[in-house]
Design a protein around this ligand. Structure first.
Ligand SMILES: NC(=O)c1ccc[n+]([C@@H]2O[C@H](COP(=O)([O-])OP(=O)(O)OC[C@H]3O[C@@H](n4cnc5c(N)ncnc54)[C@H](OP(=O)(O)O)[C@@H]3O)[C@@H](O)[C@H]2O)c1
Length: 287
Protein backbone atom coordinates (compact mmCIF):
# COMPACT_ATOMS: atom_id res chain seq x y z
CA UNK A 1 0.00 0.00 0.00
CA UNK A 2 1.03 3.62 -0.62
CA UNK A 3 1.35 6.80 1.44
CA UNK A 4 -0.52 9.89 0.25
CA UNK A 5 1.36 13.15 0.76
CA UNK A 6 -0.80 16.29 0.46
CA UNK A 7 1.01 19.59 -0.14
CA UNK A 8 3.80 17.46 -1.65
CA UNK A 9 5.43 20.45 -3.35
CA UNK A 10 5.40 22.50 -0.13
CA UNK A 11 8.08 23.24 2.46
CA UNK A 12 7.30 20.18 4.59
CA UNK A 13 5.53 17.90 2.08
CA UNK A 14 8.52 17.82 -0.27
CA UNK A 15 10.71 16.47 2.55
CA UNK A 16 8.03 14.03 3.66
CA UNK A 17 8.09 12.57 0.12
CA UNK A 18 11.90 12.43 0.08
CA UNK A 19 12.14 10.70 3.46
CA UNK A 20 9.35 8.21 2.71
CA UNK A 21 11.14 7.24 -0.51
CA UNK A 22 14.37 6.83 1.51
CA UNK A 23 12.47 4.39 3.72
CA UNK A 24 11.34 2.38 0.70
CA UNK A 25 7.71 3.50 0.78
CA UNK A 26 5.55 3.96 -2.33
CA UNK A 27 4.30 7.53 -2.45
CA UNK A 28 1.34 9.33 -3.99
CA UNK A 29 2.29 13.01 -4.25
CA UNK A 30 -0.73 15.33 -4.34
CA UNK A 31 -1.35 18.98 -5.23
CA UNK A 32 -3.28 21.26 -7.54
CA UNK A 33 -0.31 21.68 -9.88
CA UNK A 34 0.59 18.29 -11.32
CA UNK A 35 3.33 19.67 -13.58
CA UNK A 36 5.12 21.05 -10.51
CA UNK A 37 4.94 17.60 -8.89
CA UNK A 38 6.25 15.82 -11.98
CA UNK A 39 9.13 18.29 -12.24
CA UNK A 40 9.99 17.82 -8.56
CA UNK A 41 9.75 14.04 -8.28
CA UNK A 42 9.76 12.62 -11.83
CA UNK A 43 9.02 8.89 -11.96
CA UNK A 44 9.77 8.32 -8.27
CA UNK A 45 6.15 8.92 -7.19
CA UNK A 46 2.58 8.70 -8.48
CA UNK A 47 1.58 12.34 -8.97
CA UNK A 48 -2.13 13.16 -8.64
CA UNK A 49 -4.19 16.29 -9.04
CA UNK A 50 -5.78 16.95 -5.68
CA UNK A 51 -7.68 19.98 -4.43
CA UNK A 52 -9.25 20.23 -0.97
CA UNK A 53 -11.90 22.51 -2.48
CA UNK A 54 -12.85 19.99 -5.20
CA UNK A 55 -14.34 16.73 -3.88
CA UNK A 56 -14.14 15.08 -7.30
CA UNK A 57 -10.32 14.85 -6.88
CA UNK A 58 -10.43 12.93 -3.57
CA UNK A 59 -11.00 9.30 -4.62
CA UNK A 60 -8.19 9.20 -7.17
CA UNK A 61 -5.76 10.47 -4.51
CA UNK A 62 -6.80 7.81 -1.98
CA UNK A 63 -6.60 4.85 -4.38
CA UNK A 64 -4.29 2.15 -2.96
CA UNK A 65 -3.37 4.37 0.02
CA UNK A 66 -3.34 3.30 3.69
CA UNK A 67 -1.49 6.24 5.33
CA UNK A 68 -1.79 10.00 4.80
CA UNK A 69 0.28 13.12 5.46
CA UNK A 70 -2.35 15.83 5.79
CA UNK A 71 -1.52 19.54 5.65
CA UNK A 72 -3.63 22.70 5.50
CA UNK A 73 -2.60 24.97 2.63
CA UNK A 74 -1.98 28.36 4.29
CA UNK A 75 -4.59 30.21 2.21
CA UNK A 76 -7.39 27.85 3.33
CA UNK A 77 -8.26 29.72 6.51
CA UNK A 78 -11.41 27.80 7.44
CA UNK A 79 -10.94 24.42 9.16
CA UNK A 80 -14.16 23.29 7.42
CA UNK A 81 -12.26 23.33 4.10
CA UNK A 82 -10.55 20.10 5.19
CA UNK A 83 -13.56 18.33 6.72
CA UNK A 84 -14.99 16.66 3.56
CA UNK A 85 -11.63 15.03 2.83
CA UNK A 86 -11.24 13.91 6.45
CA UNK A 87 -14.72 12.39 6.28
CA UNK A 88 -13.85 10.47 3.14
CA UNK A 89 -10.61 9.10 4.63
CA UNK A 90 -12.79 7.36 7.18
CA UNK A 91 -14.33 5.31 4.34
CA UNK A 92 -10.88 4.02 3.37
CA UNK A 93 -8.88 1.69 5.56
CA UNK A 94 -6.44 4.38 6.68
CA UNK A 95 -3.98 3.14 9.32
CA UNK A 96 -2.51 6.53 10.27
CA UNK A 97 -3.07 10.20 9.41
CA UNK A 98 -0.24 12.54 10.32
CA UNK A 99 -1.58 16.10 10.36
CA UNK A 100 0.79 19.07 10.14
CA UNK A 101 -0.43 21.13 13.09
CA UNK A 102 1.18 23.87 15.16
CA UNK A 103 3.19 24.07 18.38
CA UNK A 104 1.05 25.01 21.39
CA UNK A 105 -2.24 24.37 19.61
CA UNK A 106 -3.43 22.12 22.42
CA UNK A 107 -3.76 25.31 24.54
CA UNK A 108 -4.92 27.67 21.80
CA UNK A 109 -8.30 27.26 20.16
CA UNK A 110 -7.85 30.17 17.70
CA UNK A 111 -5.70 28.72 14.87
CA UNK A 112 -7.62 26.45 12.42
CA UNK A 113 -5.25 23.60 13.33
CA UNK A 114 -6.98 23.22 16.70
CA UNK A 115 -10.37 22.43 15.17
CA UNK A 116 -8.82 20.22 12.48
CA UNK A 117 -7.03 18.09 15.13
CA UNK A 118 -10.26 17.75 17.07
CA UNK A 119 -12.22 16.84 13.93
CA UNK A 120 -9.73 14.10 12.99
CA UNK A 121 -9.92 12.70 16.53
CA UNK A 122 -13.74 12.79 16.49
CA UNK A 123 -13.95 10.78 13.26
CA UNK A 124 -12.02 7.95 14.93
CA UNK A 125 -9.22 7.96 12.34
CA UNK A 126 -5.92 6.76 13.84
CA UNK A 127 -3.80 9.93 14.08
CA UNK A 128 -0.30 11.19 14.84
CA UNK A 129 -0.39 15.00 14.95
CA UNK A 130 2.90 16.75 14.35
CA UNK A 131 3.11 20.16 16.06
CA UNK A 132 6.16 22.09 14.84
CA UNK A 133 7.53 25.46 15.88
CA UNK A 134 8.24 28.22 13.32
CA UNK A 135 9.94 27.00 10.16
CA UNK A 136 13.43 28.28 9.30
CA UNK A 137 11.97 28.49 5.78
CA UNK A 138 9.97 31.57 6.91
CA UNK A 139 13.30 33.41 7.04
CA UNK A 140 14.67 31.96 3.79
CA UNK A 141 11.27 32.37 2.08
CA UNK A 142 8.72 35.07 2.85
CA UNK A 143 11.08 37.26 4.94
CA UNK A 144 14.15 36.87 2.76
CA UNK A 145 13.17 39.71 0.40
CA UNK A 146 14.02 42.46 2.91
CA UNK A 147 17.16 40.58 3.97
CA UNK A 148 18.39 40.41 0.37
CA UNK A 149 17.32 43.86 -0.74
CA UNK A 150 17.68 46.00 2.41
CA UNK A 151 19.80 43.93 4.83
CA UNK A 152 16.84 44.03 7.21
CA UNK A 153 14.65 41.54 9.05
CA UNK A 154 11.14 43.00 9.08
CA UNK A 155 8.93 40.98 11.45
CA UNK A 156 6.88 42.25 14.42
CA UNK A 157 8.22 39.75 16.94
CA UNK A 158 9.45 42.25 19.56
CA UNK A 159 12.13 40.74 21.80
CA UNK A 160 10.55 37.28 21.78
CA UNK A 161 12.38 34.01 21.19
CA UNK A 162 11.58 31.33 18.61
CA UNK A 163 12.80 27.72 18.45
CA UNK A 164 13.04 27.65 14.62
CA UNK A 165 13.02 24.24 12.95
CA UNK A 166 14.11 23.21 9.45
CA UNK A 167 11.20 21.78 7.40
CA UNK A 168 13.58 18.97 6.40
CA UNK A 169 13.66 17.83 10.05
CA UNK A 170 9.86 17.90 10.21
CA UNK A 171 9.71 15.84 7.00
CA UNK A 172 11.95 13.18 8.53
CA UNK A 173 9.84 13.05 11.70
CA UNK A 174 6.59 12.68 9.73
CA UNK A 175 8.04 9.91 7.55
CA UNK A 176 9.17 8.11 10.71
CA UNK A 177 5.63 8.21 12.11
CA UNK A 178 4.03 7.05 8.86
CA UNK A 179 6.55 4.26 8.31
CA UNK A 180 5.62 2.63 11.61
CA UNK A 181 1.90 3.44 11.92
CA UNK A 182 0.86 1.01 14.66
CA UNK A 183 3.56 2.35 17.00
CA UNK A 184 2.29 5.93 16.82
CA UNK A 185 -1.49 5.52 16.82
CA UNK A 186 -3.28 8.43 18.54
CA UNK A 187 -0.21 10.42 19.50
CA UNK A 188 0.88 14.08 19.20
CA UNK A 189 4.46 15.33 18.81
CA UNK A 190 5.70 18.85 19.51
CA UNK A 191 8.82 19.28 17.43
CA UNK A 192 11.27 22.21 17.50
CA UNK A 193 14.81 23.20 16.69
CA UNK A 194 17.57 22.83 19.26
CA UNK A 195 17.69 26.45 20.44
CA UNK A 196 15.37 29.42 20.91
CA UNK A 197 16.67 32.59 19.26
CA UNK A 198 15.44 36.17 19.32
CA UNK A 199 15.55 38.11 16.06
CA UNK A 200 18.64 40.06 17.13
CA UNK A 201 20.43 36.71 17.34
CA UNK A 202 18.92 35.70 13.97
CA UNK A 203 20.34 38.95 12.50
CA UNK A 204 23.75 38.26 14.08
CA UNK A 205 23.91 34.77 12.54
CA UNK A 206 22.78 36.07 9.14
CA UNK A 207 25.42 38.83 9.34
CA UNK A 208 28.14 36.35 10.27
CA UNK A 209 27.35 33.88 7.47
CA UNK A 210 26.59 36.40 4.70
CA UNK A 211 29.41 38.73 5.82
CA UNK A 212 27.02 41.71 5.59
CA UNK A 213 25.52 43.83 8.38
CA UNK A 214 21.93 42.61 8.73
CA UNK A 215 19.68 44.42 11.20
CA UNK A 216 16.50 43.42 12.99
CA UNK A 217 14.05 46.33 12.46
CA UNK A 218 11.46 45.22 15.07
CA UNK A 219 8.42 46.93 13.46
CA UNK A 220 5.08 47.25 15.28
CA UNK A 221 2.11 45.15 14.12
CA UNK A 222 0.46 47.96 12.12
CA UNK A 223 3.62 48.97 10.27
CA UNK A 224 4.34 45.32 9.43
CA UNK A 225 0.76 44.67 8.31
CA UNK A 226 0.58 47.74 6.11
CA UNK A 227 4.02 47.06 4.55
CA UNK A 228 3.24 43.42 3.70
CA UNK A 229 -0.18 44.27 2.24
CA UNK A 230 0.66 47.52 0.40
CA UNK A 231 4.34 47.15 -0.50
CA UNK A 232 4.65 43.38 -0.79
CA UNK A 233 1.14 42.89 -2.21
CA UNK A 234 0.30 39.88 -0.03
CA UNK A 235 -3.29 38.88 0.70
CA UNK A 236 -4.87 40.60 3.69
CA UNK A 237 -6.16 37.32 5.19
CA UNK A 238 -2.73 35.73 5.03
CA UNK A 239 -1.00 38.77 6.57
CA UNK A 240 -3.62 38.93 9.35
CA UNK A 241 -2.87 35.30 10.29
CA UNK A 242 0.85 36.08 10.46
CA UNK A 243 0.14 39.12 12.67
CA UNK A 244 -1.81 36.83 15.03
CA UNK A 245 1.08 34.34 15.05
CA UNK A 246 3.63 37.07 15.87
CA UNK A 247 1.30 38.30 18.61
CA UNK A 248 1.34 34.77 20.07
CA UNK A 249 5.12 34.64 19.65
CA UNK A 250 5.45 37.82 21.72
CA UNK A 251 3.37 36.08 24.40
CA UNK A 252 6.13 33.46 24.55
CA UNK A 253 4.38 30.62 22.72
CA UNK A 254 7.16 29.99 20.16
CA UNK A 255 10.17 29.54 22.44
CA UNK A 256 9.71 26.05 23.81
CA UNK A 257 12.52 23.58 22.91
CA UNK A 258 11.81 19.85 22.73
CA UNK A 259 13.95 16.78 22.11
CA UNK A 260 11.27 15.16 19.93
CA UNK A 261 13.21 14.98 16.65
CA UNK A 262 16.08 13.13 18.31
CA UNK A 263 13.74 10.82 20.23
CA UNK A 264 11.81 9.91 17.08
CA UNK A 265 14.64 9.70 14.58
CA UNK A 266 18.01 9.72 16.35
CA UNK A 267 18.93 12.91 14.41
CA UNK A 268 19.68 16.24 16.07
CA UNK A 269 17.85 19.28 14.64
CA UNK A 270 19.71 21.49 12.20
CA UNK A 271 20.99 24.69 13.80
CA UNK A 272 19.94 28.02 12.31
CA UNK A 273 23.55 28.82 11.45
CA UNK A 274 23.92 25.62 9.42
CA UNK A 275 20.57 26.27 7.78
CA UNK A 276 21.76 29.72 6.63
CA UNK A 277 25.01 28.20 5.31
CA UNK A 278 23.08 25.53 3.38
CA UNK A 279 20.62 28.09 1.97
CA UNK A 280 22.96 31.01 1.45
CA UNK A 281 21.57 31.73 -2.03
CA UNK A 282 18.25 32.78 -0.49
CA UNK A 283 20.01 35.62 1.34
CA UNK A 284 22.26 36.94 -1.41
CA UNK A 285 21.13 39.76 -3.72
CA UNK A 286 19.70 38.52 -7.04
CA UNK A 287 20.28 41.79 -8.92
N1 LIG B 1 5.50 28.41 8.52
C1 LIG B 1 5.56 28.02 9.78
O1 LIG B 1 6.40 28.48 10.56
C2 LIG B 1 4.57 26.99 10.29
C3 LIG B 1 4.73 26.48 11.59
C4 LIG B 1 3.82 25.50 12.04
C5 LIG B 1 2.80 25.07 11.21
N2 LIG B 1 2.68 25.59 9.95
C6 LIG B 1 1.59 25.11 9.08
O2 LIG B 1 2.14 24.41 7.99
C7 LIG B 1 1.23 24.49 6.89
C8 LIG B 1 1.98 24.93 5.65
O3 LIG B 1 2.93 23.95 5.30
P1 LIG B 1 4.04 24.23 4.20
O4 LIG B 1 4.80 25.47 4.59
O5 LIG B 1 4.77 22.98 3.98
O6 LIG B 1 3.14 24.59 2.92
P2 LIG B 1 3.55 25.47 1.66
O7 LIG B 1 5.02 25.38 1.39
O8 LIG B 1 2.92 26.82 1.79
O9 LIG B 1 2.84 24.68 0.47
C9 LIG B 1 1.45 24.66 0.30
C10 LIG B 1 1.11 23.36 -0.42
O10 LIG B 1 -0.30 23.24 -0.54
C11 LIG B 1 -0.65 22.84 -1.86
N3 LIG B 1 -1.96 23.40 -2.14
C12 LIG B 1 -2.29 24.69 -2.37
N4 LIG B 1 -3.61 24.83 -2.54
C13 LIG B 1 -4.16 23.59 -2.43
C14 LIG B 1 -5.48 23.08 -2.49
N5 LIG B 1 -6.54 23.87 -2.72
N6 LIG B 1 -5.66 21.76 -2.33
C15 LIG B 1 -4.62 20.91 -2.12
N7 LIG B 1 -3.33 21.35 -2.03
C16 LIG B 1 -3.11 22.67 -2.17
C17 LIG B 1 0.46 23.42 -2.73
O11 LIG B 1 0.66 22.64 -3.90
P3 LIG B 1 0.05 23.05 -5.32
O12 LIG B 1 0.58 24.40 -5.65
O13 LIG B 1 0.49 21.97 -6.25
O14 LIG B 1 -1.42 23.03 -5.13
C18 LIG B 1 1.69 23.28 -1.82
O15 LIG B 1 2.28 22.02 -1.97
C19 LIG B 1 0.15 25.48 7.28
O16 LIG B 1 -1.01 24.82 7.71
C20 LIG B 1 0.80 26.23 8.42
O17 LIG B 1 -0.13 26.83 9.29
C21 LIG B 1 3.55 26.53 9.48
Amino acid sequence: MKVLVTGASGNVGSYVVKELLNQGEKVVAAGTNIEKLKKLFGEQVDAVTFDFTDKTTYNEALKGVDRVFLMRPPHLGKPEDLYPFIDLMKAYNIRLVSFLSLMGVENNTIPPHYKIEKYIEKTGLPYAHIRPGFFMQNISGIHSVEIREKNEIFVPAGNSKTSFIDAADIGLAVATLLHDPEKYINTAHTITGAEALDYYEVAEILSKVTKRKITYKKPGYLKYRSYYIKNRGLEKEYVNVTVALYFMTRMGTAKKVTNTLFELTGRKPKTFENFVRDNIDCFVSRK
